[in-house]
Design a protein around this ligand. Sequence first.
Ligand SMILES: *Cc1c(COP(=O)(O)O)cnc(C)c1O
Length: 411
Amino acid sequence: MADINNSVGFDTVCIRGGHTAESNRAHLTPIYASSTYTFDSAEQAIATFKGEEKGYIYGRWGNPTITEAEEKIALLEAYGINDKDGKPLQLKAILHASGMAAICTMLMGNMKAGQKIITHHSLYGGTHELVEKILPDLGIEAIIANFHDLTKLKEIIKADKSISLMHIETPANPTLQCVDIAALSALGKKHGLTVTVDNTFATPYLQQPFRYDVDYVMHSTTKFLNGHGTAIGGILIGKDIEKMNKGLTKMHRLLGGNSNAFDAFLLVNGLRTFGLRMDRHCSNADKVARYLESNKGVEKVNYLGLDSHPDHAIAMKQMKHAGAMLSFELKGGFDAGVSFINKLKLCTNAVSLGTCDTLVCHAPSSTHMSVAREQRLAFGITDGLIRMSVGIENVEDILNDLEQAITTPNP
Ligand SMILES: *Cc1c(COP(=O)(O)O)cnc(C)c1O
């Protein structure tokens, strides 16, 4: 790897981190569209298979384009963090076909039948379904607890020795609920649990869970890391390098959720401007949240940067900025939500998040269409709730679009 490490700025790592010189002197790492790799001799094949010699063998196991993405993201997650000996923290990352594939490798690589996961409400929909509908048939149960109530949580963990893994997602969809990573990780570690964090919403630019001694961090790279909406991808990052190189690598290779050279290339390309994009995403979101708060057609704004958000204090403790995600409730309920979406001229009506362009969706008529009304209301997904991933357009254009699309009810 090039000698890019913590001695340079975050943006420099985004641009140069993980890059190695190319044998044909290509400036950038090309798209390695090759399913297999050749050996000079039988002896070299033996050495490579034994791991004595570094080298690529087969595309499912990785390629140079994928390696650059993995090393870049590992450097960003570890940026500025020292290990117990005061040396820069070393992390190992494995790129996957999707965020869900990365979560599956992590779970399958750490859990056995008879063990339980402890996690909280408002997880990403796919993760929630995985732990509720798929894992129980494999003998792995999930306990869904309130991660704001640490006293109760401690009782639950102490009472059930089969709990072996704590999964955290913060901030979470779509109300931006946050939980305290430092406190939860300390509690989990004290009771011997593996602690894992889905850091997709915050990204390493805003929040670095490895500062709090967690074991694994996962991302859907589909979102802010790629940033342009051009590829689905996921990454699993771990600090136990030995375990990452053995058990987790084996699981990744055998489950087959590998990424590919083209998607890895798009990810590396997107990551070059990651820091710059995040600056703009954050400042735009802050302005949008404050504007929405002043709009008479808006009942409530959920944004971590506002004092009114119940988790504002937790977010400010562990995040550098409130980020680019927000949601808001329109006064006119379901119909107002539908009408707002149809009036938009600039903002894009789509699910997903973290792209250069502003994405909005009306949760009750899209992502949560099939969830019973009472159930979604219990999670704060009200009839007029709009989720917004604030993009990096000129903020005046976003504000103008919102202004013309929000109907102010007659008093
Ligand atoms: C999108 C997302 C995922 C799943 O990622 P895919 O790339 O769609 O598989 C997991 N967690 C969070 C928080 C997400 O936003």
